[in-house]
Design a protein around this ligand. Structure first.
Ligand code: NOJ
Ligand code: MG
Length: 388
């Protein structure tokens, strides 16, 4: 009998409040859903048993709000958190909506715009710490180009680095228990965005003054927009010890940013990402960053669907991880190491180098080993489809 899915806070599911505030506007038509405030979004998510939320500063108080208006919004957010038990798992700065950021925030040519962006981030970092956020995200929405001759990419990266370094020092000075996270995206809204993939982000992080304070939150849709492999991107970040948050959704490859519900496309790939997170005990929040289809009347079916999709895939991961036929084929695929080469390759020494230099291999014979990928992939497909 099929197992029942039940979601609880222990699943550590989170949503960006902007996902449920999304009203269905797209480049070709206006809103199709009524407005929902940031506070209503927090409350609605909390009432549905969601573990956490992420927000942008502008989601909770309007740009230019005075201190009193801002304090009021923060107090209301705290009330909603207390009433429903939801936590603030991560926060971020809106450095992309206002026209002041039309040519970038941290990578703007204009030092005043860069200073304003850093000031805006600093202010919200302090609020995020107050709300208990342990992760602070940097998605460089407008950090890119439409006209490449207009911006020196070396200079742009230097500026990006400078701003992140400045903000790391701010976090240290304030003693906030918080790490930063870079969210890569290849394009949209700019033609080309800096820090397009996890690899770009990891490379920049290695050059920061405090690389240990900065991780990456890969987003499924952003990876597929570049035609890349979400499993490989998530794994690279995880292996680097940098997976501090994740943005889950769905996306058909090489298209505009669709931000569909998690599991809406390519369940096999989604299964393998859930398997990775399960097998390697990823312990951060599992955050959905998507939005309901424009045809939806409200965002709540979408919220339930994303969480149920993850749980359903988790059940499949259990099956995959205990399927004797599949496990046997995978074991055979990995094979044994009868001559002890694993140990030799694990570390260079004169002795190991000598052993390797003198070894005789028979490549034709090695190439004859049977690799049952067709059967393995089919078994995975059958588990996914629930057939024997
Ligand atoms: C909106 C983007 O669409 C989303 O991917 C990102 O995670 C948030 N902004 C955070 O900046
Ligand atoms: Mg995102």
């Amino acid at each position: 009998m099929a197992k029942k899915i039940s979601v609880s806070r222990a699943d550590k599911f989170a949503f960006g409040v902007w996902c449920v505030m999304n009203r269905g506007r797209d480049p070709f038509g206006p809103e199709t859903r009524p407005a929902l405030s940031g506070i209503e979004a927090i409350r609605g998510l909390g009432e549905r048993g969601v573990y956490g939320f992420e927000y942008h500063d502008d989601d909770l108080w309007p740009l230019g709000a005075g201190p009193a208006q801002k304090r009021k919004a923060i107090a209301r957010a705290r009330q909603a958190m207390k009433a429903t038990g939801i936590r603030c798992t991560a926060a971020t700065t809106n450095l992309f909506s206002h026209p002041v950021f039309k040519d970038g925030a941290f990578t703007s040519h204009d030092a005043r715009v860069r200073a304003y962006a850093v000031q805006k981030a600093m202010a919200n970092i302090d609020v995020a710490a107050e709300l208990g956020a342990e992760v602070y995200i940097f998605w460089g929405g407008r950090e890119g180009t439409d006209v490449d001759i207009g911006k020196d990419p070396i200079e742009a990266l230097k500026r990006f680095r400078e701003c992140l370094n400045f903000l790391c020092e701010h976090v240290l000075a304030q003693r906030h228990p918080m790490v930063f996270s870079i969210e890569p995206k290849p394009n949209e809204p700019r033609s080309d965005t800096y820090l397009a993939t996890a690899g770009h982000a990891l490379a920049l992080i290695a050059t920061l003054d405090h690389p240990d304070m900065v991780g990456v939150n890969p987003e499924w849709a952003h990876i597929k927009m570049a035609g890349l492999n979400p499993l490989h991107e998530f794994a690279q970040v995880l292996e680097a010890g940098k997976l501090v948050d994740i943005h889950l959704n769905a996306q058909k490859p090489l298209r505009y940013d669709q931000d569909m519900s998690f599991g809406a496309d390519n369940p096999k790939e989604a299964l393998l990402v859930v398997k990775l997170l399960t097998d390697y005990a990823y312990s951060g929040a599992k955050t959905f960053d998507a939005h309901p289809f424009r045809t939806e009347a409200d965002p709540w079916d979408f919220v339930e669907r994303c969480m149920r999709a993850y749980k359903a895939l988790e059940l499949k991961v259990d099956q995959v991880n205990s399927d004797a036929r599949l496990l046997a084929m995978l074991e055979e695929l990995v094979g044994a190491d009868p001559d002890g080469w694993d140990a030799v390759l694990a570390s260079y020494s004169k002795r190991n180098a000598g052993k390797l230099r003198g070894a005789k291999f028979n490549p034709d014979k090695l190439a004859q080993r049977r690799l049952r990928y067709e059967q393995i992939d089919q078994r995975l497909t059958e588990i996914l489809l629930g057939v024997e």
